[in-house]
Design a protein around this ligand. Sequence first.
Ligand code: NAP
Length: 259
Amino acid sequence: MDLNIAGRSAIVCAASKGLGRACAEALAAEGVNLVINARTADVLMRTADEIRSRYRVDVVAVPADITTIEGREAVLAECPDPDILINNAGGPPPGDFRDWDEAAWHAALQNNMVSPIQMIRSVIDGMIARRFGRIVNITSGAVKSPISILGLSNGARTGLTGFVAGLAREVAQHNVTINNLLPGPFDTDRLDATLKGAAKSSGKSLEEVRQARMLANPSRRFGTPDEFGAACAFICSAQAGYMVGQNVLLDGGAFPGTL
Ligand code: NAP
């Protein structure tokens, strides 16, 4: 299926690895030119080289922290008028809410709510003027089904979700869509780090913990980043213009609700 976005431009934030990278690759496969970013320059440059060599698209790599004003300015300087924006960043740390002071909350809100909103603010009027825009926020299944030790994530990401729910309805008339992709367990470095932590605290082997987590999911496995990227690319397609303000859960069926 041709998604009809060849030649368009995308900013994909936090895209040297994992889900962000998978979104970048899926868009590149559709002929979308990319600006990608992450903090660790050498890993980012390697990713950019690999995507460039695999697909015939332009890939500009901007080493920067997307949660800072300077980082966002550096990314936007390379692509002030993207057709597509994928908002992503690392998630906040786990813990007990009694240990989180105001600074911890401000950091989580900055990283996972305010930064994506500021990115949207910078690009949305251009999208409206050109009558095409696709914005996808990578959030988390925890928005729909909170994970108690990830309280900072539950709170900050739900704040973002609430804000864009309103904005999405304002801009849909201009063929600008805003949707959220909610990952359940996907096989990335972040999931690996979580499993290593669980193995250490439980005294079980990493493989045991991994297998148990997979078996607990109705699909009996973790999602692959490629599956995530493919869903993202479809939401960015020309054909998906009537998909507005949705929270698309990709979790192998882990959320037990009928709707
Ligand atoms: P990952 O494999 O660890 O990759 C994270 C990517 O983001 C890396 O490229 C990292 O590069 C970049 N990054 C992190 N913080 C950044 C920042 N401040 N500025 C720029 N780049 C940054 O993680 P992932 O699994 O793809 O997760 C992506 C998002 O989905 C996270 O918010 C995570 O919490 C959420 N999520 C993931 C899962 C899952 O199962 N994988 C489930 C639910 C939610 P640098 O470190 O070099 O910057």
